[in-house]
Design a protein around this ligand. Structure first.
Ligand SMILES: NC(=[NH2+])NCCC[C@H](N)C(=O)O
Length: 224
């Protein structure tokens, strides 16, 4: 059987994270495994820096990236994406009651992960905010909690997870869905000439959606 090597940056629950027994877990892992089952392939998962995922994919260190990654026009110049597997939006969080809206973040330090769509959006659309890049969202949230950051900017589903765990944090402003920056949903990335794998993944995704597996996984990881 084929082996499909997936890569991700696993500090991003519920999409991907490393559990207490050092295993990579999450919605993306379960979804990839479900697609691999359809394709009768063996899947492997590698955890590495988010901003190195696309370069390493192009360099053939693995075959696909599944990492809560937005399908954006800019990334599509470098890689090909499957059909979207999740509808996405972005959200700022801070200590409850500290900032009324995004305008109040002017001159404040806002953390996000290096190489993400959140970073690009902040730098382009909010030059008045100090964007502080992190290797992982986990470290950004730590710095928010210990006061080294004023806010963190990330994907709504992920940010909601932190809000659940930290009752003194809250959303600032509304969800942001700007397709130029946050694309048309999350997708699996493959190399541009790898149409064979792209087709297989799209077929597998369609099957996993049609047979109810997707729905089961969705409610496993995104229940409110
Ligand atoms: N596994 C991760 N750390 N993912 C970060 C993804 C952030 C954002 N959705 C992007 O595509 O840029």
């Amino acid at each position: 059987a084929d082996t499909i090597r997936f890569a991700m940056e696993a500090s991003y629950p519920p999409f991907e994270f490393v559990d207490s027994s050092n295993q990579i877990q999450g919605f993306d892992v379960d979804l990839a495994n479900a697609m691999c089952k359809e394709m009768q392939a063996t899947c492997t998962f590698t955890n590495q820096a988010f901003d190195s995922l696309i370069p390493s994919l192009k360099f053939r260190r693995f075959d696909a990236v599944i990492s809560g990654m937005d399908i954006t026009p800019e990334r599509e110049k470098q890689v090909s994406f499957t059909n979207a597997y999740y509808d996405n939006s972005a959200l700022f969080i801070a200590h409850s009651g500290q900032f009324a809206d995004v305008a109040a973040l002017k001159g404040k330090r806002v953390g996000m992960q290096n190489g993400t769509t959140h970073q690009k959006y902040l730098m382009d659309k909010h030059p008045e905010i100090t964007a502080v890049p992190y290797d992982s969202y986990q470290n950004a949230v730590l710095d928010l909690k210990n006061g080294r950051l004023d806010a963190v900017f990330g994907d709504t589903a992920v940010v909601n997870e932190w809000l659940k765990q930290n009752k003194n944090l809250a959303a600032v402003g509304d969800k942001i869905t700007d397709p130029t920056y946050f694309g048309t949903g999350l997708g699996v990335a493959v190399r541009q000439n790898n149409t064979e794998l792209l087709t297989k993944l799209n077929d597998a995704l369609a099957k996993v959606k049609a047979d109810g597996t997707y729905k089961t996984l969705y409610s496993k990881w995104f229940q409110q």
